[in-house]
Design a protein around this ligand. Sequence first.
Ligand SMILES: Nc1ncnc2c1ncn2[C@@H]1O[C@H](COP(=O)(O)OP(=O)(O)O)[C@@H](O)[C@H]1O
Ligand SMILES: [Mg+2]
Length: 230
Amino acid sequence: MEERVTTGIEGLDTMLNGGVPKGHVFTVMGSFGTGKTTFALQYLWEGLQKGEKCVYISLEENKEDIVTTAKSYDWDLSQYIDSGDVVIEKLEPADADATIHKLKSELPDFINSFGAKRIAIDSVSLLNMLSDKQQQKRERLFGLCNMVRETGATTLLTAEVKDDNPSSSRDGLVEYTVDGVILLRYDHDKHDVQMSIQVIKMRRIEHSRSIKPYEIIDSGIKVHTEGAVF
Ligand SMILES: Nc1ncnc2c1ncn2[C@@H]1O[C@H](COP(=O)(O)OP(=O)(O)O)[C@@H](O)[C@H]1O
Ligand SMILES: [Mg+2]
């Protein structure tokens, strides 16, 4: 059986029959506020608890904000920053040239020598904004996926979804490039809202396709596998 990497998200690892296959590049898609950043932090925190080295590449929040956000869930990253087990790198989407240069020439070497087992990139949608041509977006995204795949680290890419089609990524690209897609949905009826999660695709393994409710609580994301969505 293929070696698995647990996400650390209660219920989701059950839906995945143990976790994400080691070395996969997978995406977590959802609209703002669905918990993508939380997912990425929880995923890395799980790795840190297992003694794995982790890299968080942020295009949104700066390093201090990420540490503060993690702390709000009781995940104290500072000790792991000090011990050199986690590295948080902020890339400036506004500075396209510098960001592309870092991604292409500095990060691969760094990730390899650092020995990262888990990488989170939050978010590829912001990275895609660095290119205005569809062809260039595609090439850069493919390049990024290949780069992280070659490091052997199991990599999570967060992605925003389209406003008018919340089951497709904003650029409609990442879901075709990656080995797995996990979709976070935000639904409401007349009286209530509900967040739900679905594993849309996960290459090489058998997984649940059910849509299950989840909540974000002070210990992070929790999926209710026994629950039903309305
Ligand atoms: N410490 C916390 N405890 C419980 N819920 C939280 C906490 N921090 C954030 N949340 C919830 O998670 C949501 C944000 O999730 P986030 O991971 O930032 O989403 P995204 O990255 O998809 O925009 C917030 O809007 C809030 O509802
Ligand atoms: Mg976010």
